[in-house]
Design a binder for this molecule. Sequence first.
Ligand code: ATP
Length: 474
Amino acid sequence: MRTADIAKRYLTYFQKHGHLVMPSASLISPNPTTLFTIAGMVPFIPYLLGEQTPPATRVTSNQKCVRTLDIDEVGKTTRHGTFFQMLGNFSFGDYFKEEAIHYAWELLTTPQDQGGYGFDPEKLWVTTFTDDEEARSIWKNEGFDPEHMQVFGMEDNFWTTGGPGPGGPCSEIYVDRGPEYGRDGGPAADENRFIEIWDLVFENYEVDNVKSKTDLHIVGELEHKNIDTGAGLERLAYLMQGKQNIYETDEVFPVIEAAEKLSGRTYGEDADADVRFRVVADHVRSALMIMSDGVRPSNVGRGYVLRRLLRRTVRSMRMLGVRDHVLPTLFPVSEAAMEPNYPELKDTFHEVSESAYGEEDAFLRTLESGTTILDVAVDQAKRNHGEVSGEDAFKLHDTYGFPIELTLEMAQEQGVKVDEAKFRELMHEQKSRARADALKKRHNVDLSVYDDFKKTLAKPIDFLGYTDFSSRST
Ligand code: ATP
């Protein structure tokens, strides 16, 4: 089943059970504490908190998500994308635990020719929260094998917003890929063999004192209990399509094939090269989807995350031996693979791709000028104490526009460290000098006109950091 069809089947199933199908919200998070939409529930937070009236008490969606938190996992595990799609069904004070578990079980185990996903019940495992006897008994009544249930504490199986408000236990559903993929013993033993596909959150408590998850205080039961679930579309797709990981599914793999052609190398022959192929496929798709929602490369916030994704793509292709431009080949391939599910991509593709290609141009120039200097510094480091000096890292930044993250990454690839502390010290000194210079100038020139200008126009800017490293269950 194609990824788009798996998504459609989910929405159709829940529509049949009285859910209103909602379109995906933008990847640009409406929530000011995160840069991107990181879960299906994000657009529904006002309804879950009871602050706004939802359009229906049962809704379902296929939400575009970006989690930069998972960037280091990409290509290395079988199941983490920076961009992915989270299917979800939500109840705002309507049905609760019993129906949520029943729906999940029914959709997963009903044969494919009868509208379900056709998973073998014997391959499914669930985890539940320590005190949630109710969930365990519902799963058993559905016919779930008690031997395939595991119990976890607050840290893993209790959800909160991170502050006072609603909270509740969750139950996660896993698929066992089989003994050839790892150890026996369920999700507690091996999360590469047992793949988490769906998280059901039962919001029935009001909590406070949420400083630490192991020490929170349950104030009481909520009047309106909510259901919030999240199922990873790419994870379902890879398991249902009999693939080895999410990067080999129909929406992602065409980029790997295009990268194979560009590089003249074959995916599946070398473990390190395979990680690079997968990083490329993931990052190209993420960049495309983020740009289609209006983000452009820049040095702050979302634009910086995007810039890193594009640069990592270019660098990964370099490590596969391609020194020329790659995005003009890879971007259209990704767009074609995603278009069946997102026909609106074609409306902005011309502008989006031109911007991406411009970014690649600029980055290739930066790389040309800085790489030789870095290589010399790395060689020296290898001969001396295994560390690129802070002075060299600073020079790369200051003269060649090499961001420190790039220096760190490239040095790490060659097995050497960077004296980051010295680099930061030099950056600090440079800033102090610039401030002192500005002050000197200020004393010589009357800048009061600018002060008025600043007062009327300047607004404080919230610096959101370079990445939104926050994440949550579902
Ligand atoms: P994991 O521990 O495997 O990283 P998670 O606990 O962070 O997953 P949730 O926050 O519960 O996942 O998200 C709900 C579902 O979304 C997961 O069950 C999974 O199927 C999917 N999912 C989460 N993160 C990713 C990702 N980076 N790439 C692809 N799918 C994901």
